[in-house]
Ligand binder design. Structure first.
Ligand code: DGY
Length: 438
């Protein structure tokens, strides 16, 4: 069974391969996406190292001169996606790439992806790591220099698409106060996927409104920091940056990049401290969000909260408390749990929706992150559980984009949600089976 599915996973990646990089999903996401490519490269690394390397080279070919790495690189033309390059119009920035790209970013996974690729190559790909290293370091520099206005070691995101968790209920309170114009939008996503599994039209108007503001400000970071109504310190985004810093420290040590390593260590020390003091809510026993524009915490628990384990933020005691409260007896899982791991939003919340994109469904990349987080803290029972639940979903339905977290509905369901033949679901299946002990 697993052998057959591994073959199928390989076929998904091959089908989505575009002569140099991999699209996340035919029709629905027809270009190169930033964090998708990171996870996709892990899958490729097990079956075709040259493709893994090409994936990452193509992604970095869209990097801007200030180190910024866009969330979409439009290497190719496609009519099946909105908003395309003309909506983003990133050439308004003086730093923009000569390639067409968006002007917003996504969670910075490249540091740890580079280290994983190096490990998968049995440490033979150090020259490749060296080829990319300075550009990934420059991307981290960009974040600390431009997106940390109070010098806290925590960086902000300025668009919900930067979070990766596009329509999480966490953003609802921001949208409620935002008076975005009622644009007539040509949604294409709802032509590929049931609209009830996607963000609403009103949400899309907010998403586009933010991009319109960025264009008005020519993607100037200082103006965005000063004026953007969406300015969030997000626990997933910052955990990815911290975990990537760690990898760059280890790789930089191998490459004798003493200055870079010293800088990364300084950033990470401050980042971990602030993550703990500012984003940990002792009453909730969870890592939450901070609204930098409003100057107040956003007290929500989502799968992003648990990415902190992967970045080594909590103490052993706190990690055990998180495990007990949310997983062993809690809302996300537990002894007689109604839920598979790991819902993307707290199932006990009234805003939880088990079918709608990031408002509840299980996502394979978050499961991969949380699995490695559990491993890091020797929470073996939970690592086994999340791995078993992930394999159950992929083996029952194939490589969908996201899945229903309610255990009971799986007796009747015959499909996952969102796009099918979704690249990172296939790539991370390959990685979970082949690389379980890293
Ligand atoms: C989408 O279009 O849904 C993407 O997640 C945005 O990057």
């Amino acid at each position: 069974m697993q052998e057959q599915l591994l073959e199928k996973a390989k076929k998904v990646l091959e089908k989505n391969w575009q002569d140099g990089f991999t699209i996340p999903c035919e029709g629905l996401y027809p270009f190169q996406w930033n964090w998708d490519s990171g996870f996709i490269a892990l899958g490729w690394a097990h079956i075709d190292m040259e493709k893994a390397k090409s994936e990452l080279r193509y992604l970095l070919s869209g990097q801007w001169s200030n180190g910024f790495l866009p969330h979409i690189i439009f290497h190719n033309e496609a009519e099946t996606y909105f908003p395309g390059p003309e909506v983003h119009n990133s050439s308004l920035s003086p730093f923009a790439s000569r390639l067409k790209t968006s002007g917003i970013t996504q969670p910075p996974v490249l540091g740890f992806v580079l280290e994983e690729v190096y490990e998968i190559s049995e440490q033979s790909e150090l020259p490749f790591v060296e080829e990319l290293y300075d550009r990934v370091f420059m991307n981290h520099s960009y974040f600390y220099e431009n997106r940390d206005p109070h010098n806290e070691g925590l960086v902000y995101i300025c668009h919900n698409w930067e979070a990766g968790t596009d329509n999480t209920p966490v953003w609802d309170e921001i949208w409620k106060d935002l008076d975005s114009p009622e644009y007539q939008l040509e949604r294409r996503d709802t032509k590929h996927v049931d609209a009830s599994n996607r963000p609403s039209n009103r949400e899309y108007q907010h998403y586009i409104h933010l991009i319109e503001l960025f264009k008005e400000w020519k993607y100037d970071d200082a103006l965005i920091a000063q004026k953007c109504p969406f300015l969030i310190q997000d626990p997933l985004f910052n955990a990815m940056l911290i975990r990537s810093n760690e990898s760059l420290i280890r790789l930089g040590t191998l490459l004798h990049k003493e200055d870079a390593v010293r800088q990364l260590e300084a950033w990470n020390k401050k980042a971990k401290k602030s993550f703990q003091t500012k984003l940990y809510d002792p009453a909730l026993k969870a890592y939450i969000y901070f609204n930098l524009r409003a100057g107040k915490p956003m007290k929500f628990v989502s799968s992003s909260s648990f990415a902190s384990l992967f970045a080594g933020i909590p103490s052993k005691k706190e990690a055990t408390e998180i495990a007990n409260k949310y997983f062993r007896n809690g809302s996300f899982s537990g002894k007689n749990s109604a839920y598979l791991l790991c819902a993307s939003f707290n199932p006990e919340s009234t805003n939880f929706d088990p079918k709608r994109y990031w408002r509840g469904p299980v996502w394979i990349n978050l499961n991969w992150i949380i699995y490695h987080g559990f491993k890091r803290y020797d929470l073996e029972d939970l690592a086994d559980q999340i791995k078993a639940d992930t394999l159950f979903l992929l083996e029952k339905y194939g490589f969908y984009e996201y899945f229903d977290p309610r255990r009971a509905v799986h007796q009747q369901l015959d499909a996952g949600y969102g796009g099918n033949n979704f690249s990172w679901s296939a790539a991370l299946y390959i990685d979970l089976l082949k690389n379980a002990n890293v």
